[in-house]
Design a binder for this molecule. Structure first.
Ligand code: SF4
Length: 307
């Protein structure tokens, strides 16, 4: 176990953890909401330090990220812990037993050996292995690997601003732009997640957004309209991935036009040039016709992202 970052001692050996927006107060021998941070004699320790369960290599599109080094391989790391989805101590402890120890050095060496261009921090909620992630990310960056995070965006702004110094791309999960619906779906406050997305965009990190639709909860036209409006308000070029939306093609075509969204994906779809309309990134054939962010077919259309 390693001592956790972003903690402050209170009276009677209680400690506040400020790593994420949950801001838990941990009593002696108690744990935070995520169940992977524990108070031992007035100090918070992380139970998942250097413990990983997912160690595999996959295409970067799995994250999903479609406009960041498309077609390349990424080394995926995941651990245990979630700050929005509750689980019992027993569930977390059992899951922790399945994990393997991997140091930052080992992770980076395996990524390089596997011909990966990046390391992706993917599950459960990867910011809950913050201390390990920072170590791997620093090491990866100095070895010229990119760092990618898939997150619910609920890390506190202080810890998040430190972490993003080492990140190159983030895939945020945002299931609604309506505060009540989002609370119902994820127990998260919309304003906190929006703050994280805004900070990442302002710092120049490549951002893509994923929405997972749940029938009769966040799949109405009104809900989708709010999300489209929100994305356009930040940047209409942010790629928006929508899962479980195959029967909603028409609505999305309408939203794309109305809100001028350039990159909406309802699955593993190709990217079209905004000028000539031809396929510039073919995901099935792994063909990329983009040079310096310009369509190589018509030499006019701009395609945002890192290629
Ligand atoms: S990281 Fe865990 S203990 Fe800390 S505030 Fe978030 S949920 Fe609570």
């Amino acid at each position: 176990m390693k001592e956790g970052l972003y903690t402050k001692k209170l009276k009677a050996e209680r400690v506040i953890c400020s790593l994420c927006y949950q801001q838990c107060i941990l009593s002696p021998d108690g744990r935070g909401f995520c169940n992977v941070r524990e108070n031992k004699k007035g100090k918070i320790y992380t139970k998942n330090y250097q413990k990983f369960r997912e160690e595999k290599i996959d295409k970067i599109e799995i994250v999903p990220l479609f406009h960041f080094l498309p077609g390349t391989k990424t080394f995926i790391l995941g651990s245990v812990g979630n700050n929005l989805v509750s689980s019992t101590e027993i569930e977390v402890d059992n899951a922790l037993k399945e994990l393997k120890k991997i140091t930052a050095d080992q992770a980076v060496k395996r990524a390089i050996k596997g011909d990966c261009s990046s390391i992706t921090y993917l599950t459960d909620e990867p910011t809950m292995f913050y201390e390990s992630m920072i170590e791997v990310a620093k090491n990866a960056k100095s070895n010229k690997l990119k760092n990618i995070l898939r997150t619910n965006g609920y890390l506190h702004e202080k810890s998040f601003s430190e972490l993003i110094k080492y990140l190159h791309a983030i895939s945020f999960e945002l299931d609604s732009a309506d505060k009540e619906t989002l609370m119902q779906l994820t127990n998260g406050k919309l304003s906190h997640i929006e703050k994280s997305i805004k900070m990442a965009v302002e710092k120049g990190i490549w951002v893509e957004i994923t929405t997972i639709l749940k029938e009769d909860v966040n799949d109405s036209e009104g809900e989708l309209r709010k999300l489209a409006e929100y994305i356009t308000s930040i940047d209409k070029n942010i790629p928006w991935h929508v899962e479980n939306a195959h029967d909603k093609k028409e609505i999305f075509n309408q939203l794309k036009e109305e809100y001028e969204l350039t990159n909406v994906y309802l699955g593993l779809e190709d990217t079209l040039c905004p000028k000539c309309g031809k396929v510039v990134i073919s995901r099935k054939d792994n063909i990329i016709n983009v040079k310096k962010n310009v369509c190589d077919l018509c030499k006019k259309g701009r395609v945002q992202g890192t290629f």
